[in-house]
Design a protein around this ligand. Structure first.
Ligand code: ADP
Ligand code: MG
Length: 293
């Protein structure tokens, strides 16, 4: 009877937008005790809404957005798809970026229209240079806000900062409660973003641990440490999460916004734009195992 029950679980999951790569994923899911969530694009929407652009003197917002979006066409980050869609909606004509180098979880640089364009986190774009005067007001205002900030430099000079809302997905609190009901007794946040952004998201959720400024290699190391203590799943969305998804007992990819690379590394792929299916997958796995035994 066991194989029949497993097939039933896999197809029941598929009906609600959860792709399980075989019955081993289902078996492993039923035993999970620790859940590690990525932040940007997983617990949060990943910068779907642009709320502000800070400009250096003599810069034009639309021209900077055109250059930024042209470059972001080459990126797999959730922010990149938001930026490209925004530019297209504004009717901006994008051009092909060349010689692009992506620094996973930090940003990227490349040639657009003969200009060297770099975009991403403050450390990547600004290094340890001080913030120019025109950017200080915005920096102060967004210090404690749940936002993603994209710094943009042209030929090495900071010209603008794009601030996107990075709101918690509405179904996160209920999902975490449901996971705890399923026997998950350790829930962690693991992000490439900085402390303030991480703490802002973690504050209301009652998490057991928060780790910020994590590189893709740090994410793998965290998964390996947790795995030694208890069966561990990693839930993520981006290319920077792919190695950590592969390292976990169960890797779950949110593929709703084109996360093709992390999907390949995952055991379970969620096709809807929600996190609730993570808890649903555990429930289905537990139920299936009960039938199979
Ligand atoms: P998480 O690990 O929580 O998913 P990320 O590593 O995806 O977080 O994002 C952290 C920061 O990296 C963002 O706030 C943003 O500044 C920067 N970043 C990463 N990739 C890009 C990109 N393609 N374009 C612009 N900024 C990026
Ligand atoms: Mg992410």
């Amino acid at each position: 009877a066991a194989p029949v029950a497993f097939i039933g679980g896999v197809s029941r999951a598929a009906h609600v937008g959860i792709l399980m790569k075989g019955s081993t994923a289902l078996e492993a899911l039923a035993r999970i005790r620790t859940a590690i969530f990525d932040k940007t694009g997983t617990l949060t929407t990943g910068g779907a809404e642009l709320i502000e652009i800070d400009l250096a003197p003599h810069q034009r917002a639309d021209e900077l957005l055109r250059l930024l979006a042209s470059l972001e066409q080459a990126s797999h980050h959730v922010l990149a798809s938001s930026i490209v869609q925004l530019a297209r909606r504004k009717g901006l004509v994008l051009c092909q970026p060349h010689q692009v180098r992506e620094h996973r979880g930090e940003g990227l640089e490349g040639q657009v229209d003969g200009t060297t364009v770099s975009a991403g986190s403050r450390p990547l774009v600004l290094a340890d240079k001080p913030l120019p005067y025109w950017a200080q007001d915005g920096e102060e205002r967004h210090r404690d806000a749940a936002v993603l900030r994209v710094f943009l430099a042209l030929n090495g000079e900071l010209v603008g900062i794009f601030t996107f809302a990075d709101t918690l997905r509405a179904d996160v609190p209920d999902t975490l409660v449901a996971l705890r009901t399923c026997g998950v007794n350790r829930i962690m946040l693991l992000t490439g973003d900085d402390d303030t952004a991480a703490n802002k998201v973690a504050a209301s959720l009652g998490l057991d641990a928060t780790i910020s400024k994590a590189t893709p290699a740090d994410k793998v190391r965290t998964v390996e440490v947790e795995k030694r203590a208890a069966p561990t799943m990693m839930i993520g969305d981006g290319i920077n999460d792919a190695p950590a998804l592969a390292a976990a007992d169960v890797g779950i990819a949110l593929a709703s916004r084109g996360g093709t690379i992390s999907s390949e590394a995952a055991d379970v792929v969620i096709l809807t734009d929600r996190v609730q299916p993570v808890a649903e997958a555990l429930l289905i796995a537990k139920h299936t195992r009960t039938i199979a035994l």
